[in-house]
Each structure stands twice: as C-alpha cells, then as structure tokens.
Design a binder for this molecule. Structure first.
Ligand SMILES: Nc1ncnc2c1ncn2[C@@H]1O[C@H](COP(=O)(O)OP(=O)(O)OP(=O)(O)O)[C@@H](O)[C@H]1O
Ligand SMILES: [Mg+2]
Length: 252
C-alpha cells in the first residue's frame, strides 16, 4: 500500500509540472506588465499567486527528487571533493538567509576529502543548514564542521534552537514529518528536506542522524565515504630527503 501511495504521489507530482510552468509563465507576464500596467491591488494579488506557485513548484520538484534518488534513476556524479569547499559553497548560498534571521553561520573546522556527488552533498548541507537557521533564535550561531574519521568524513551542523523531542529524532527523516503541525505554516516548508537528505546520504554510502537536548538545540550529523586520495601518504619534496653519504657500489 505504501509503495502504491508513493507511486501515486509521484505520478501526480509529475503531471502537475507542466500546468504549473504555464501558470507561472502567465502570472510572470502579468506581473511584468506585458499586458498593461496593473492596478496596485491586482498586482499584489498576482504577486501572492506567484509566491504560491513557486512554493508548489518546489514541493513538486522535491517529491520528484526523492523518487529519482530512491529508485536510482538520478545519476550520481562521483568525484573527489574537499569538505571545506562543499561547506563554503553551501554557506555562501545561505548567507543572506542567515543575516535576515540574525543568525551567525560559522565554520568551526573543515577537514577531510570525500568521494561523493558534490551537488547532492551541497544540497544536503543546504537542507540541514537551512533548518538550523530556521529554528534558531536571533543572535545565536549555527556551527558547521567536518572531520575525517577512518574511512569516513563526518559533517556536523549544530544549532542553539528549540531542539527536537527524543521520540521525533528519527521520525523527522520521513516524508512530510514535522515536529509541530504548525511548522509548515509558521516556518514554511513541507517536511521533505530531511527525507531528501537521508535518501542522498544513503545512496552515497553514508549515514545521517540527529541528536538533541530538548530546548538546548539540535545537532545533525552525517558521514560520507572518505576519498582514497585523502588517505595517501604525503609525498616529501626531494630536497627534504636525507642525502646519502656514500653511494652504494655494485660489484660483480
Ligand atoms: N535544526 C532543527 N531544530 C529543530 N527542529 C528541526 C530542525 N531541523 C528539522 N527540524 C524539525 O524537523 C522537521 C522536518 O524537517 P524537514 O527539513 O524535513 O522539513 P521542513 O524544513 O519543515 O520543510 P522543507 O525542508 O521541505 O522546506 C521540521 O519541520 C522541524 O519540525
Ligand atoms: Mg527543511
């Protein structure tokens, strides 16, 4: 039954994409004045409709993303990437949001090199950092770091927000699961970010989980396979090698 439900949802999502694109196009033309200047009231209404359209488009794309990642039809573009570069890219994309929320995004350490699909890892970091900012009080910080541990690199995203109740720590990774039914309305979002993040990390061979002391913030952690290049011994420049004092002489 669950599988049928999932298939149904993705089929509907897919069918919604084309009409949504056309609605967005028409509204965009109206808002841009292509059909004459609109009265202020009408323009406001068109902007609201455009916003809703953008939200719905994001929802549809999120549902299709999960489906493609889980069914294996989304190709993973594997490469060797420095964790610091991936973290910086995600942080750069969220900087404006953090400033608006009065939250300081700080990278407290970024070690390790992963073997993974860079875009999907950045998408995961963005989902987790976006949540952390969303649930943080103004004036607090969101701390991001990565560390190499044996065959894996572990990423951590910590906040000082309201935290997550123990019985929800795993459940929030399921589709449409939110701690509070008011989260969708108050904070925006549909409860798909963590489900997408979990399917990405699973596909890439890692693990993702959440830890929290209720009321004292949450920490999301995920691991990814470490790049073999990260494990190679550092080559010593020739000039630093000890100079042999006597050449070995080969005798017959
Ligand atoms: N850092 C956090 N602190 C407290 N609660 C969190 C945190 N991250 C996630 N949650 C809880 O888990 C729920 C699910 O998160 P998820 O990212 O999947 O969905 P969303 O953020 O509500 O919507 P979307 O990501 O689709 O925009 C959130 O609605 C919130 O209740
Ligand atoms: Mg989210």
């Amino acid at each position: 039954v669950d599988r049928l439900k999932t298939e149904f949802v993705s089929m509907v999502s897919h069918e919604l994409r084309t009409p949504l694109t056309s609605i967005r196009g028409s509204l965009g033309l109206l808002a841009g004045g292509a059909l004459g200047t609109l009265p202020t009231g009408a323009l406001r209404m068109v902007s609201l409709a455009l916003d809703s359209c953008a939200r719905l488009t994001r929802l549809v794309n999120d549902i299709l993303d999960i489906e493609r990642i889980e069914s294996g039809t989304m190709p993973m573009v594997m490469g060797h990437h420095e964790a610091s570069v991936l973290i910086e890219e995600a942080a750069a994309q969220l900087q404006v949001l953090a400033v608006q929320a009065g939250v300081t995004l700080q990278v407290t350490g970024a070690q390790g090199m992963v073997h993974a699909d860079a875009d999907r890892v950045v998408q995961t970091l963005i989902n987790l950092m976006n949540n952390a900012i969303k649930f943080s009080p103004p004036g607090s910080s969101v701390d991001v770091s990565s560390m190499a541990h044996g065959a894996f690199v572990e990423f951590r995203i910590g906040d000082h927000g309201r935290g997550i109740p123990e019985d929800k720590l795993d459940r929030i990774f399921s589709r449409f699961e939110q701690v509070d039914s008011s989260d969708a309305r108050d904070k925006g979002g549909s409860g798909l970010g963590l489900a997408i993040s979990r399917s990405v990390v699973d596909r890439l061979g890692g693990r993702i989980w959440a830890e929290s002391v209720e009321g004292a913030g949450a920490t999301f952690r995920f691991t990814l396979p470490r790049s073999a290049r990260d494990l190679e011994p550092v080559s010593v420049p020739l000039a630093h090698l000890p100079v042999p004092t006597k050449r070995p002489v080969l005798r017959e």
